[in-house]
Design a protein around this ligand. Structure first.
Ligand code: GLU
Length: 489
C-alpha cells in the first residue's frame, strides 16, 4: 500500500505553528514511507477565506521546506486541490447517500430548530435533531417537494457503537445514539465540512489522516460517512494541541503564532522544522538536534505523545542558535542581506571583513536579527553609547585617563592584530597600576557603545587602527562634555 496523507488547511488565517506542525508530521510520515504528501486547501468558507491567505500558507510551507507532491500549483491526478472547486462532487455524494437511504432531506426551518435548541439549552438539556423529517410519509415528502420547500440533507446516523483505533490515543468508541443526524448539505446547496472532507479524502485515496486533536470528536461522523459511501476509511491519528508556557492553548497572547512571523524574526527553517517536529513527537532517547534527513528517517506515528505539547520559546531560541552557529560565513552573509537592508545598514563590499565580523558575532546569536544590532557599531561611523554602558564604565573619574592611555598605546601598536593588541593593553595596565579589565571595559564601550561584545582584541583588530583611533577620539570628546557636570557634583 502506498501511503497517501494530506494537509488540509482552511485559509481563514495565516499558517499557524500548530498547522505547520500538522503539515510537518504528515510530510515526515509520507517521506519516511516513500508515500505521497498532498496539499488540499479547504477554502469553502468563502466569507473568511482569501487568495492572500492561500498564498501565505503556501509561502509558509515552502519556507519550511515542506514540499507537496500533489496540490495547488503542482497539480496531480486528483485535481482540483482547492475544495471550493470540488463542491459538485460533494453534492453528487449527498445525492447518492439519499438514494441509498443513508441520508434524507430535511425541510425543517433553521429558525425553528435554532429556537428549539436555545430553549433546550436554557433549560439545561442536551438537544438533538428529533428526526421529524425522517418520519415523513412518502406523500408528505412528495407534497413538500411539489411545493418547492427548501431542504437540507441530513445523514441518518445508525445506532450502535462507532469504533476506531486512533494511532495516538488508542481505541476510541462512541455510541451512535449520542450523535445527531448531522447536516451534510445545507439548504443553499453548500456541503458541510463533514461531507466535503470525507468525499475528498475518499476521492484522493487518503490512507492516513493525521490532524489536530480538535477534530477528534468529528471522526465518528467521518467514519460513518466513509462506510455509507462504501469506502474503506483511512487510519486516524490525532495530534495533541500546542499550548503556551502557561498551559493555555497557544494564541496571539503568547507572541508570534504565524510561521511568517518566525521567518521575519530571524529563525532558520531548519531550526523551526527541528523544533516543530519535537512538539508532541519524540524519536526516543534524548535526541534533540536533528537534521531534516534524520527526522524523516526516525519519524513514526507511534512517537507522537497523547499529552499536549508546550511551545517553549527559549528552547526554540537555543535550537536556532545551534543552527546559526553551524552556518558557513558566506551562507550567513547571504541570509542576512535582507535584514541588513531593512535596518538601513550597508555591510559594504569587503566580503572577507564581513565574514570575519559575522564569525565574531556568530557564537552569541540566537536569531538572525541579533546580528543586526550587534553588527551596527562595526558598520556605522559613529558609536552610540548605551545608557547602561555609559553608567557603568564612562561615569567613573578614571574613564578619561583610561581613554587617554588606550589612545597612546594603540596609536603605534604594531602589527595591529588581536594578539599584539592584547599584549599592549595588558602591559599598559601593568605600567599604570590598574586592572587590565578597567582598560578593556572602556575600550569596549569606546568601540561598540555596549557592555558586551565579542572578544575586545578581535573587535579592535577587525575595526583597524584608523577606526579605533577615531572612536577613541569620539570617546574623549564625549567624556569632556561630561566633565563639568561631574565636577559640580
Ligand atoms: N480544514 C480543516 C482545518 O483546517 C482540517 C480538516 C482535516 O484535517 O480533516 O481545521
Amino acid at each position: 500500500m502506498t501511503i497517501r496523507v494530506r494537509f488540509a488547511p482552511s485559509p481563514t488565517g495565516y499558517l499557524h505553528v500548530g498547522g505547520a506542525r500538522t503539515a510537518l508530521f504528515n510530510w515526515l510520515y509520507a517521506r519516511h514511507h516513500g508515500g505521497t504528501f498532498i496539499l488540499r486547501v479547504e477554502d469553502t468558507d468563502v466569507a473568511r477565506s482569501s487568495n492572500e491567505m492561500i498564498s501565505g500558507i503556501l509561502e509558509g510551507l515552502r519556507w519550511l521546506g515542506i514540499d507537496w507532491d500533489e496540490g495547488p500549483e503542482v497539480g496531480g491526478p486528483f485535481a482540483p486541490y482547492l475544495q471550493s472547486e470540488r463542491l459538485d462532487r460533494h453534492r453528487e455524494a449527498a445525492g447518492r447517500l439519499v438514494r441509498s437511504g443513508h441520508a434524507y432531506n430535511c425541510y425543517c426551518s433553521g429558525d425553528r430548530l435554532r429556537q428549539e435548541r436555545e430553549r433546550a439549552e436554557q433549560a439545561g438539556a442536551a438537544w438533538k435533531y428529533d428526526r421529524t423529517c425522517l418520519a415523513l410519509t412518502p406523500d408528505e415528502r412528495a407534497a413538500l417537494e411539489a411545493a418547492g420547500a427548501p431542504h437540507a440533507v441530513r445523514f441518518k446516523v445508525p445506532s450502535g457503537l462507532v469504533r476506531f483505533d486512533d494511532q495516538v490515543h488508542g481505541p476510541i468508541e462512541v455510541d451512535g445514539a449520542t450523535i445527531e443526524d448531522f447536516v451534510i448539505l445545507r439548504s443553499d446547496g453548500v456541503p458541510t465540512y463533514h461531507l466535503s472532507v470525507v468525499v475528498d479524502d475518499a476521492d484522493m485515496h487518503i490512507t492516513h489522516v493525521v490532524r489536530g486533536d480538535d477534530h477528534i470528536s468529528n471522526t465518528p461522523k467521518h467514519l460513518l460517512l466513509f462506510r455509507a459511501l462504501g469506502v474503506e476509511p483511512p487510519v486516524f491519528a490525532h495530534v495533541p494541541l500546542i499550548l503556551g508556557q502557561d498551559k493555555k492553548r497557544l494564541s496571539k497572547r503568547h507572541g508570534a503564532t504565524s510561521v511568517t512571523e518566525y521567518a521575519r524574526a530571524g529563525y532558520l527553517p531548519a531550526a523551526m522544522v527541528n523544533f516543530l517536529a519535537l512538539l508532541g513527537w519524540s524519536p526516543g532517547g534524548d535526541r534533540e538536534l536533528m537534521t531534516r534527513e534524520e527526522l524523516v528517517e526516525a519519524f513514526a506515528l507511534t512517537g507522537i505523545s497523547g499529552g499536549n505539547a508546550v511551545f517553549n520559546t527559549e528552547k526554540l531560541d537555543w535550537m536556532n542558535g545551534q543552527y546559526i552557529a553551524k552556518l558557513a560565513p558566506e551562507n550567513l552573509a547571504t541570509l542576512l542581506t535582507p535584514y541588513f537592508a531593512e535596518a538601513g545598514l550597508a555591510p559594504g563590499g569587503d566580503a572577507a571583513r564581513l565574514s570575519r565580523l559575522l564569525g565574531l558575532l556568530q557564537p552569541r546569536a540566537k536569531r538572525l536579527t541579533d546580528f543586526i544590532e550587534q553588527a551596527r557599531p562595526f558598520l556605522e561611523d559613529a558609536v552610540t553609547y548605551e545608557p547602561e554602558a555609559e553608567r557603568k564604565h564612562l561615569s567613573t573619574p578614571t574613564a578619561a585617563t583610561h581613554a587617554g592611555t588606550l589612545r597612546r598605546v594603540l596609536a603605534d601598536a604594531d602589527p595591529f592584530d588581536a594578539a599584539t593588541l592584547e599584549g599592549v593593553i595588558r602591559q599598559a595596565a601593568a605600567d599604570c597600576g590598574v586592572k587590565a579589565g578597567d582598560l578593556i571595559h572602556v575600550a569596549r564601550v569606546a568601540m561598540t557603545g555596549r557592555t558586551t561584545s565579542p572578544g575586545i582584541f578581535d573587535v579592535l583588530e577587525l575595526l583597524g587602527r584608523q577606526r579605533v583611533m577615531a572612536r577613541l577620539d569620539q570617546l574623549q570628546a564625549h567624556l569632556s562634555t561630561l566633565e563639568p557636570t561631574r565636577s559640580r557634583e
